[in-house]
Design a protein around this ligand. Structure first.
Ligand SMILES: [Mn+2]
Length: 372
């Protein structure tokens, strides 16, 4: 019961006292820290833990490392959703920002500890992780081999839909039982995500993905039902993000204007508590005078654009909106004086197309801002 949670909490506790250990197994995913990387690191870490009987070991441990800064993890909603479902405390996961590889390697060089590194879901070390090179012993990946840059080590590389498929296969191959339902659920969900719901027509699913998924279904009674849609929605959803995180997640700044793509309608965004205050703060932090929110909703063709003006210059705002109307856009009756929403019902404007329109209008009108 709660075996996975106990495992993760032990790993985290060991992180704070690694100098007293003799042998450390690092399992490292890639820097995107997508679900595949995160889950593969945890699942393979768990395999090492069970296989080497580390439960009661005072001298050894595993660090399954999520290769991202701790503060950027909460934006990955589908990860957080699964962890919450399994009652796993995010505080007790090991993130890249929690661990100093330089110090570990120094201790290795001083023969104080031994480190063995396992790479999952990538096979080329990033510059940030390159210091681990001498310790890499095994690699599991599903992308095409980069012949020039691959890291040396015993390599299992197969073009399957998900690295979690390979890791699951490794777990099935062990001659004693490693599985528990939590680990199985994590890898099962990941395989679903990476194969777009195990639909061979989508071109991501291989025979091994299918085989592993159905083995897990039989063994644990999983059912893909609407799990894939749920996870996909989460990946696009923003309901757990703070307003600042929503703005930062997909941001482009150009001159005095910030263009942020958000996964809700701008109309919905502005209704959130403190949205206006956050926009104003964001402007001074990023040193911009306008924020353009390009809003869209998952599973809907609706799109809109919110314009936040960091000014109360009514004339400027009025003229700006008039210019957009001349470009064929329709605004909603506005309730807030320096936030205006334009709806795109028939047009399908992308950010790429919106940026030059907005910048041109701004260029044309900016003298209004100073002449006021
Ligand atoms: Mn992957």
């Amino acid at each position: 019961m709660a075996e996975l949670r106990t495992f993760l909490e032990k790993c985290y506790a060991d992180l704070n006292q690694w100098r007293s250990l003799r042998e450390i197994y690092i399992v490292l995913g890639n820097e995107s820290c997508d679900l595949d990387s995160a889950v593969s690191a945890i699942a393979y870490g768990f395999l090492l833990f069970k296989k080497n009987e580390l439960e009661n070991s005072m001298n050894q441990t595993v660090f399954p490392v999520l290769n991202v800064d701790r503060k950027h993890f909460p934006m990955r909603l589908e990860h957080c959703y699964l962890m919450n479902q399994l009652d796993i405390n995010l505080e007790k996961l090991i993130f890249r920002s929690d661990i100093n590889f330089e110090e570990l390697i120094e201790a290795v060089n001083d023969m104080k500890i031994t480190v063995k590194t396992y790479l999952v879901d990538h096979h080329v070390l990033s510059r940030n992780d390159d210091i681990l090179r001498q310790t890499v012993c095994r690699i599991f990946d599903h992308r095409t081999l980069d012949e020039k840059n691959f890291c040396p080590g015993e390599l299992r590389i197969e073009p399957v839909g998900s690295c979690a498929t390979i890791i699951s296969d490794e777990i099935f191959k062990e001659d004693f039982e490693i599985w528990n339902k939590d680990i199985a659920y994590l890898v099962y969900c990941t395989i679903l995500m990476d194969t777009k719901g195990l639909r061979p027509k989508k071109g991501k699913t291989t025979a091994l993905d299918m085989e592993i998924a159905s083995k897990l279904e039989r063994k644990f009674g999983f059912n893909k039902s609407n799990l894939y849609d749920k996870l996909k929605d989460l990946r696009c959803s923003t309901c757990h993000l703070t307003i600042d995180e929503m703005l930062i997640k997909d941001l482009k700044c150009s001159g005095s204007i910030a263009f942020s793509r958000i996964h809700v309608l701008a109309e919905t965004f502005i209704a959130k508590d403190c949205a206006m205050d956050s926009l104003k703060e964001f402007c001074s932090k990023k040193k911009v005078s306008m924020i353009i929110l390009i809003g869209s909703e998952a599973n809907s063709k609706m799109k809109d654009m919110g314009l936040f003006f960091d000014t109360n210059n009514e004339r400027f705002i009025r003229k700006f909106c008039q210019k957009l109307r001349e470009n064929g856009m329709r605004d909603l009756p506005n309730i807030l004086e320096n936030f205006v929403v334009f709806k795109f019902e028939f047009q399908k404007l992308t950010r790429k197309e919106i940026i030059p329109i907005i910048l041109n209008i701004y260029e044309e009108l900016k003298t209004e801002l100073t002449s006021h």
